[in-house]
Every structure is written in C-alpha cells, then in structure tokens.
Design a protein around this ligand. Structure first.
Ligand SMILES: *[C@@H]1O[C@H](CO)[C@@H](O)[C@H](O)[C@H]1NC(C)=O
Ligand SMILES: *[C@@H]1O[C@H](CO)[C@@H](O)[C@H](O)[C@H]1NC(C)=O
Ligand SMILES: *[C@@H]1O[C@H](CO)[C@@H](O)[C@H](O)[C@H]1NC(C)=O
Ligand SMILES: *[C@@H]1O[C@H](CO)[C@@H](O)[C@H](O)[C@H]1NC(C)=O
Ligand SMILES: *[C@@H]1O[C@H](CO)[C@@H](O)[C@H](O)[C@H]1NC(C)=O
Length: 498
C-alpha cells in the first residue's frame, strides 16, 4: 500500500513544512507563505479545494509576499470567502446517512486507515444550532485574519478610526458571510470594533442591485454553476472507482460493507470539515493516499474551472463590474472623498477595502483578474503538468484575493499586485513593475478590455429579458454598475455592528 499523506507529512514535516500548529510567523506578523497548514488548531492535507480550511497558499510563483524593496502599500482591497463553517443541511444529511449505513451493516472489521469507521459518528453536537454557520475554526481564521491584515499593513489603520467592511447578505437564514465580516472587523479593529466598526450588508436578491452587490450572479437567470458538468463526471469516473475498490478491500469479511464512489468522494470533505470543527485532525484525513488526495483536489479544480470559472463561457464574468470598481478606487488613490446618494457629508474609503462573499464569487473573480490567463483548459482525463489554476490555493474557506496598491521610490505611478491566499500571482502579460507587479495604468486597461470583451453585463445576466431589466433599472435611475464602495446609502444595503 502506498504511504498515506500522514506518513509523508511526518517524513517531510521537519524540513519542508512548519510542524507547529498555526504555521510559522514572520517578522511582518503574517504567516509565511506555504509554511504551515493554516490557523485552525489541526493539521490537514493541503489538497481539499473548496472544502479546505484556510492555509497560506504555496508560493508557486517564487515571489516573496513582503512589499518589493523601496515600495509601500498605500491601499489594499480584498475579497474573501466566509471562514470555515458547519455543513449545509444537504451535506449533513449525507453524513448521517453514511453513519446509518455503517451502523446497519452486518458485523465487520475495517483494517488500516479505515479502522475508525465502525464507530464513527458526525462531529456536530447541536446540528439545529450549527448547520450552515461559521464554525469555531472559522472564528479563529477570521480573528487571525483581522490581526494579520492589521499587522501586515499597520499604515492603513490608526487607533480610534472608524472602519467599515462589506458583506454579501447571502441568505437571510444563513448569515455566515455577514458573520465572517463581523469577526474579521473584531480581529482588525480590536475591542472597540463594536463602536468603531460597521459591516455594510448588500442584499444580493434585491433587483436594484444589478452589478452592484457582492454576488451579482445571484440575480442572473443566465447564470448557471454546473459544478463542472460532464467534465467533472468524466474525471470522477476515472479516479474514484480505483480508490473505492482499494478502500472496500479494507473491510472484512469481504463485501460486508460496500462504499459507493459517491460516499468515498466525501471522505476528504469530512477530513476538512471535521478538522476545522473540532480543532483536531480528522481520521478521514488519513484515508486517501497523497496521490488520491491530489486526484480529489483535481476534481475540485474541474468543478470550479468548468462550474463558473474560466471554462464556463461567460458565467465567470459577473464580478467584473466589482473588479472595475476596485481598480477605479486604486486609480483615485487613498485621499479621494466621495459623496453618497442620500448624504452631503463627504466620505473617505478606508484604505483597506474589506469585502466578503462566497466561493462562487471568489472563483468568478479569480478567473478574471488576469493571473490565470495563460492556463490551458483543464483536461478532464488527466492532471496536466503545468497547472496554475488550483482550487485549494484560493477557493478554500476564507479564501482571499488581495489587491495591493504599491507606490515605489516615494512618488511616481503606482503599481498593483495580486495575492491569492497570501501568495503573489503576477498578472499575465503585465509584470514589469517591482516584484513583478503591474503598473496600475496598464492594469486598468487590462480590466477595461476584459469588460469590453465580455459584452453587456445586462445581456449576459438576463438574456432574452435584458431590455426589461434595463428599463426597470432606468426607471429607478440606476445603471448596471458597482457603486457600493463610493455610495454607502444604497437602499438595498443595511448596516450591522461587528
Ligand atoms: C476617539 O474618538 C472619539 C469619537 O469618535 C472622540 O470623541 C475622541 O476624542 C477620540 N479620541 C482621541 C484620543 O482622539
Ligand atoms: C432583500 O431583497 C429581497 C427582494 O427585494 C426582499 O424580499 C428581502 O426582504 C430583502 N432582504 C432584506 C433583509 O432586506
Ligand atoms: C457488496 O457488494 C457485493 C458485490 O456486489 C454484494 O455481493 C454484497 O451483497 C454487497 N454487500 C452489501 C452489504 O450490500
Ligand atoms: C452558464 O453556463 C450554462 C451551462 O453551461 C450556459 O448554458 C450559459 O449560457 C452560461 N451563461 C453565461 C452567461 O455564459
Ligand atoms: C469539457 O472540457 C473540454 C476540454 O477542455 C471543453 O472543451 C468543454 O467545453 C468542456 N465541457 C463543458 C460542458 O464544460
């Protein structure tokens, strides 16, 4: 039998990876890129895609994430997925069904890495109070995130300043995104966050919010996340039967219990969720070998790439108005004042623009920022050699896309730099600046071209219903454009305290 990831981890742990919980800290108060498994209290394999607790992305481009020499960050903007959470009801029901199947099997004994399975039970203690919400692992990720951004960019916030962040409402009964923003603000601002901080919640289902929320695709009848469709099926049919056959051989007597491929595909999911919920490494993390985990990860890559990513026609374009708004704020610079629609008092953006949303939006945004433009389409039949688009490196829980505005040598034209889960990714075709950053003026053109090439937002979003949607917007005096960063009085947003 091939060594499990756990054995490999022990073998390389001393040299390759920081062994301590929480990873290594660097002088900048951040976690070293690739240095550790994240901030939750358990180690887990870094191949879990969208089911992964957060960890600092590996430095795949060999670029230190400290600002390049002679440069400083005078504005930053990030869009983050909510932190680690409890499962949604559908997944949880699957866990309960798995337990029921195991418990009702004829007497059996499992060997090796499956030894624990006969007594396994789902780790939720009060499902009715937990489902879909941010978990304890998520609390820690978000507080740590607030602390990390405050210490990484001390110049972007001073004691006693007000601070605001934005969150996608998501679903009224599932406040995980709003709660994530609140917890981040607590970690960032500290004990005064309830009086100094606010979270602006954008209603993603209000029809006035066309192109003007943190989940614009939620209003789009033409948006469909296929979860990878036929290509996901093709890959699952290649890798899962082998793993399933191997694992079913660990059950004795033979055939007392047969796991299906679909059950087996949930084992790495359980690894991620159980580890972040309990703070202890889940036994499911040691069931797949390292190669099998990499195959599982690739299923996640296909799921996102063809679901609503670069391989999903125009389904990935709906965050472009938001991207364009971020770029405009960087062009305006940190001192610009704005006037909101219902107020005459000038308003200044915090120099750290903090926004929170969901995995679909992180994937859409990541697909259009220019860092994956040289990624050849992912083959559904095998893992390609030069793969850059890897879901585990940015669609994790609390997965974060960060933009930094750099000024170098004191004055001159600024640059923009992009980080995915703390690792720097150069913009393809625009890396002439210090540390392979992109001159902001050039990035502005790249984003404008992407918007132009994607065509009309309203047509992509509403298809045959586009003209009706245009008319409804015009009747309200609105445009399909992201203004929420500069107008903090929109009627489809409300404020909650951290
Ligand atoms: C802190 O802010 C409060 C209200 O925003 C103000 O009354 C107070 O004077 C400030 N304290 C300092 C030391 O600036
Ligand atoms: C969000 O918008 C929808 C559609 O207009 C509305 O039904 C719902 O009440 C709004 N939710 C909140 C919390 O304002
Ligand atoms: C498992 O599969 C084998 C072969 O298909 C079958 O004979 C056996 O009855 C199955 N076991 C259970 C518990 O369903
Ligand atoms: C989204 O994907 C679906 C399924 O592939 C496709 O029918 C639809 O046209 C896509 N929508 C856009 C806006 O590209
Ligand atoms: C499946 O992958 C192929 C190869 O990249 C691609 O051309 C095709 O559009 C994909 N199909 C779907 C439904 O996404």
């Amino acid at each position: 039998m091939a060594p499990t990831f756990a054995t490999l981890f022990l073998l390389i742990g001393a040299s390759g990876l920081a062994a301590a919980h929480g990873g290594g800290s660097n002088a900048h108060g951040g976690v070293d890129v690739g240095a550790g498994p994240g901030t939750i209290g358990a180690q887990f394999p870094p191949y879990l895609g969208g089911n992964s607790p957060w960890f600092p992305g590996p430095d795949v481009n060999n670029i230190p994430n400290q600002p390049p020499a002679g440069c400083s960050v005078d504005m930053a903007a990030f869009t983050s997925r909510h932190g680690s959470r409890y499962p949604d009801p559908g997944s949880y029901n699957g866990w309960v069904a798995l337990q029921t199947k195991i418990q009702s099997a004829p007497k059996f004994q499992a060997q090796g890495s499956l030894k624990f399975i006969s007594t396994w039970k789902p780790v939720l203690r009060n499902p009715e109070l937990e489902l879909s919400l941010v978990s304890l692992g998520g609390y820690k990720e978000l507080y740590d995130m607030g602390y990390t951004y405050r210490t990484r960019y001390p110049q972007l916030y001073s004691e006693n300043q007000t601070f605001l962040a934005w969150a996608n409402m998501y679903q009224a009964n599932q406040p995980r995104v709003v709660d994530s923003a609140r917890l981040f603000v607590r970690g960032y601002v500290g004990p005064d966050s309830t009086t100094r901080g606010s979270v602006y919640v954008l209603n993603n289902t209000d029809p006035r919010g066309v192109a003007n929320s943190l989940a614009p695709s939620d209003l789009c009848p033409m948006y469909k996340d296929t979860s990878g469709g036929i290509n996901a099926t093709t890959w699952n049919d290649i890798y899962l039967p082998k793993v399933t056959a191997r694992l079913n051989k660990l059950i004795g007597p033979h055939s007392a219990l047969n796991f299906t491929t679909s059950e087996v595909s949930q084992f790495p999911v359980l690894c991620g969720f159980e580890s972040q919920i309990t703070g202890t490494r889940s036994p499911f993390c040691d069931v797949f070998t390292k190669d099998e985990l990499r195959d599982f990860e690739y299923a996640q890559d296909i799921r996102y790439y063809y679901g609503a990513g670069p391989g999903a026609v125009k389904n990935s374009t709906f965050m472009l108005p938001f991207l364009s708004a971020v770029v405009s704020r960087f062009v305006d610079g940190p001192d610009k004042e704005y006037t909101s629609s219902k107020s005459s008092a000038p308003y200044k953006l915090p120099p750290l623009i903090a926004t929170f949303s969901n995995d679909g939006q992180i994937n859409q945004l990541a697909s259009n920022i220019g860092v994956f433009d040289d990624q050849a389409p992912l083959p559904p039949t095998h893992i390609p050699r030069d793969q850059k688009y890897i879901a585990s490196n940015f669609v994790t829980m609390r997965g974060t896309i960060t933009f930094e505005r750099l000024t170098c040598g004191g004055k001159g034209d600024p640059y923009v730099r992009i980080l995915l889960n703390d690792a720097v990714y150069p913009v393809v075709g625009c890396d002439s600046g210090p540390g392979r950053s992109c001159p902001l003026k050039q990035y502005e053109k790249i984003v404008a071209k992407k918007q132009k090439d994607s065509g009309s937002f309203v047509e992509n979003c509403f298809g045959a219903k586009a003209s009706g949607a245009e008319q409804s917007l015009a009747a309200e005096g609105l445009q399909a454009k992201t203004t929420f960063l500069t107008d903090i009085n929109l009627p489809w947003e409300y404020v909650v305290q951290p």
